[in-house]
Write a protein that binds this ligand. Structure first.
Ligand code: SAM
Length: 269
């Protein structure tokens, strides 16, 4: 590989697409970029660099390739079951306002699953206010998330009765999340590498299947950003294949190691 030419592509990605490449794993970036090059039948980084500089369409395609938005309603059933049966009721016993952040929410299935769960866990009654902050770096994914419209296939993990209760069928056969769930979710664009949280006083942060592409250093940095944004005893939920780095594990206590749920360490503990 011509390293200089590859570095030029990374610089173009930073300036034109706004993704900070230094914080992503190099082999991940290389695989994604090469896949786009193959699509364009190119084998030189220099040639591909010129294409991204000149083509807004290719910038868009590369952004999509780099920010893989794969997600699902109720992705990893066990972790959601645990949040519903243990985590939310525990928070509810001590608080009237519950604040949750779905960090790296892609097209919205995760925050809407949380909203649905809060309804079913009866967390909202009586007098409990739930806000779900949902953010992603990818504007296109957020646009879709905000509409709350999905194909039938995206709902395959949901029972018929859940679909009837929480979605409106559209004329074209797609399904839109009903307002009683949409009203709970606030979407915004946010870069997890910005060094700040989207908001503070959070009771739960879900950041799942996002840091798999980050360098170890950036992953640890994120755990350091999340800790002060959580309330005491607040929960940090990682993806199934993600893990807490050695340098930051003193900030959290494991709550359920299998489901990758951690709890912010209590002061003096
Ligand atoms: C595979 S999806 C995960 C969606 C959801 N959390 C889940 O587990 O189903 C990864 C998401 O992370 C987002 N992402 C990647 N880098 C990011 C960054 N620096 N800041 C915010 N979001 C980022 C991508 O745009 C993508 O939507």
């Amino acid at each position: 590989m011509d390293t200089r030419e590859f570095q030029s592509v990374l610089r173009t990605i930073e300036s034109k697409i706004g993704i900070q490449c230094a914080n992503y794993k190099a082999d991940y970036l290389q695989r994604r970029i090469q896949s786009r090059m193959r699509m364009n039948e190119m084998d030189s980084y220099t040639e591909y660099n010129s294409l991204i500089i000149s083509s807004a369409k290719e910038q868009e395609a590369l952004r999509n390739a780099l920010t893989i938005n794969v997600t699902k309603f109720w992705r990893d059933q066990e972790v959601f079951d645990l949040i519903k049966s243990e985590v939310l009721p525990e928070i509810r016993r001590r608080k009237q306002k519950i604040r949750i952040w779905s960090a790296g929410c892609a097209t919205g299935e995760e925050p809407y699953t949380l909203a649905l769960m809060c309804h079913e866990a009866k967390v909202l009654y009586p007098d409990v206010q739930v806000t779900i902050f949902a953010s992603d770096i990818d504007r296109e994914a957020l646009k879709k998330a905000e509409t709350g419209i999905y194909h039938r296939k995206a709902l395959e993990n949901l029972s018929e009765s859940r679909i009837r209760r929480h979605f409106d069928k559209q004329q074209d056969g797609s399904y839109q999340v009903k307002d009683h769930l949409r009203d709970l979710v606030k979407f915004s664009r946010h870069d997890l590498m910005s060094g700040r949280a989207v908001t503070q006083y959070l009771d739960v942060i879900l950041c799942r299947n996002v840091t798999i592409y980050f360098t170890e250093k950036q992953k640890d940095e994120l755990a350091r950003v999340f800790a002060p944004a959580l309330t005491e005893g607040g929960y940090y939920v990682m993806g199934k294949t993600e893990y807490m780095g050695r340098d930051v594990e003193q900030l959290y206590d494991p709550y359920n190691s299998i489901q990758k749920i951690y709890q912010k360490k209590k002061r003096g503990a």
